[in-house]
Design a protein. Structure first.
Length: 352
């Protein structure tokens, strides 16, 4: 009987029942937290992500990704063991932030431009914060210290690139990926790139109006899913706060931090950052536990990305055969490396 209750599906069922009870006990707080999540989605995420989703769909339809894939293949192969089309995902993912990298990777997978293993490698290190959030919101808004931006950027994006290099060994024994490690290198790569773009455009065949319509429709569907997840996790966070679960978890972390010699005020940042990036980054900036330690935790929060983003990524990956397991492992590694890089680079890039 006890084993049956501890099965994963049973645990999820009991957690769902518990959440429903908390919603009944704290209806006003649930409504307020849902409204906050909806405001974040409408005022921040929708205007920031929707144009990128539409443009990426159109660029795929026009064959631009195929064009860049041919040009970037000599660079992406030796560094990340990925086809050149992955360079487009790297650029867009690092500029526009999560979950754009996962969205573009899933599109490449649907068009058979990457194998499953290559897609898992790609989404693992292209899930990053966008520079505007890192600089404007975290460095200036939460830490009130613009000079912290170069350090956080170097730690966050540098560890992301290092993760990409490490992920080149993920699934290296996979037969499908192995057959694509050494592609044929044409003599005239620019000409081949134009031919690839033209062939992709002909294969797509949709006129501009239809392509734009499909791109907007697809982007809207994804944005609705993203918005629902943001509202849902905002409500969960508030219910866990009201029930005291977050404070119990924070007390446990404080005991662990004391053993490691880390400041206890950082525990709130870790707890909030485990679930949501914005709350965790704000808590890190307000911790008052030594700027170097606060910056290290902020780098971890940005790289871990929070379970809210994880849910968005899992929702996107569920439409393909890409697995969530390698992604969550890569988030853990990315967070640890980013945190360590803050300590390593503090003497060179840290605020003076």
């Amino acid at each position: 009987m006890i084993r049956a209750w501890l099965r994963p599906d049973a645990v999820v069922a009991w957690a769902t029942i518990g959440l429903c009870i908390l919603l009944v006990l704290f209806p006003a707080e649930a409504l307020q937290s849902s409204s906050r999540g909806l405001a974040v989605w409408w005022e921040v995420l929708f205007p920031a992500l929707f144009p990128f989703f539409v443009l990426s769909e159109m660029l795929l339809g026009f064959g631009i990704v195929h064009f860049l894939g041919k040009l970037l293949d000599p660079l992406m192969r030796p560094l990340f063991n990925l086809p050149g089309a992955g360079g487009f995902v790297v650029a867009m993912g690092y500029v526009s932030g999560y979950p754009v990298g996962a969205r573009l990777t899933s599109q490449l997978r649907e068009q058979q431009l990457v194998t499953r293993i290559e897609g898992e490698r790609l989404v693992a290190f292209t899930t990053t914060s966008d520079p505007i959030f890192l600089i404007g919101a975290v460095s200036i808004g939460f830490f009130h210290n613009a000079s912290l931006a170069p350090l956080l950027a170097a730690a966050h994006y540098g560890s992301g690139m290092l993760l990409g290099f490490l992920m080149r060994f993920h699934g290296r024994r996979d037969a499908a990926a192995a057959t694509r490690i050494r592609p044929h290198l044409p003599r005239n790569r620019l000409q081949e790139a134009f031919h690839a773009m033209h062939a992709a455009r002909l294969a797509d065949g949709r006129p501009f109006g239809r392509l734009l319509h499909d791109a907007i429709h697809s982007a809207l569907r994804l944005m609705i899913v993203v918005g629902g997840l943001v509202v849902f996790f905002s409500t969960i966070m508030e219910m866990l706060r009201q029930s005291g679960v977050l404070y119990s978890f924070s007390a446990l972390l404080q005991s662990m931090f004391s053993l490691l010699g880390l400041p206890k005020p950082l525990t709130d940042a870790v707890v909030f950052g485990l679930f949501e990036v914005t709350l965790g980054s704000r808590a890190a900036g307000e911790a008052g536990a030594g700027l170097i330690h606060q910056a290290a935790i902020a780098a971890w929060v940005l790289s871990w990305a929070g379970l809210s983003v994880h849910a968005q990524i899992a929702s996107i990956l569920s439409r393909t055969d890409l697995r969530y397991g390698p992604f969550i492992i890569s988030r853990f590694i990315h967070g640890i490396m980013a945190m360590l890089l803050v300590y390593v680079l503090w003497g060179m890039l840290g605020p003076q």
